[in-house]
Design a protein around this ligand. Sequence first.
Ligand SMILES: Cc1cc2nc3c(=O)[nH]c(=O)nc-3n(C[C@H](O)[C@H](O)[C@H](O)COP(=O)(O)OP(=O)(O)OC[C@H]3O[C@@H](n4cnc5c(N)ncnc54)[C@H](O)[C@@H]3O)c2cc1C
Length: 282
Amino acid sequence: MKPAPFAYARPRTVLETAGLLAKHTGAARLLAGGQSLVPLLARRLACPVLLVDINRIAGLDAIEVLPDQIRMGALVRQQQALCSEVIRREVAGLAEALAWVANPVIRQRGTVIGNLIANTPGAELTAVALALGARFVLRCAAGEQILAAEELIGPGRSVPAQAMVTHVLWPRRPAQAGFFEVARRDGHAPVVAALVTRTARDCRVALSGLTRTALVCPTMARLIGEGYPRVPSREALAAALTVDLTQTVHTDGACGAQYRLQVAPAVSWRAAQRMSLSRATA
Ligand SMILES: Cc1cc2nc3c(=O)[nH]c(=O)nc-3n(C[C@H](O)[C@H](O)[C@H](O)COP(=O)(O)OP(=O)(O)OC[C@H]3O[C@@H](n4cnc5c(N)ncnc54)[C@H](O)[C@@H]3O)c2cc1C
């Protein structure tokens, strides 16, 4: 199948992009790495009147270190973030999760922001964004707005049609981190994925795949943090998970809720073990 015909624009600035989105509200779509959008166009599951290619906008491919946060532009590719020393040091858990996303060819083009706002249930990075408290900078013709990850990620949530996400802001949090997932096939979205990060002050755990939106698990985190460096048993993690489980367990074509529930404590145990064996980044 071929895409339906569309007009194509290649703006040079964020302002120009915001102007185009305002003029074609609802009928324009932004193109970043194209790894999610192009297959949708090809199958006519997306039929925009105008495709706005943001790849020529200068300055959006930078990872900047600010006093309290890391500012990542909309054109930072997944592989670039995975290999970044700054990300490994300051946003513990992101690089570990990125290593499980798709494969190197997809990651060379796919952007971190495109991945996050594609809002795919179960995607690895949604757990990272929710656990670490990422925020998104949105720009539209009327001005700039900052939204928390919870406001953009999850069923029924999306970036307003007239807005572009220019940056994602990651709190600086040097920590130990471990990530693990079970997927039906290598490079595919996880059945269940777990992120565990720990500093001297706190421990955080989030799961992707188990529920429709990534699940932040404070009880599991407390258990792992208090026991550190010993990793709690799978049984203890399963009991903690029942306390944290505030959403319905997800069933889809890949597998049912019962299997996901069974595998989640084992995946969390593996992620915690990786965290325990990792070196702190500060
Ligand atoms: C074979 C294959 C395997 C994959 N495996 C995985 C996997 O295991 N885990 C996983 O998480 N993902 C996976 N993906 C998805 C991949 O990570 C994509 O790169 C990513 O989801 C989209 O990023 P992109 O930059 O290519 O965005 P695009 O495809 O260009 O855009 C995606 C969507 O976001 C919008 N958009 C993009 N940038 C902006 C912006 N700055 N502001 C507002 N809207 C914007 C677009 O309009 C579009 O709607 C896979 C993809 C493929 C093809």
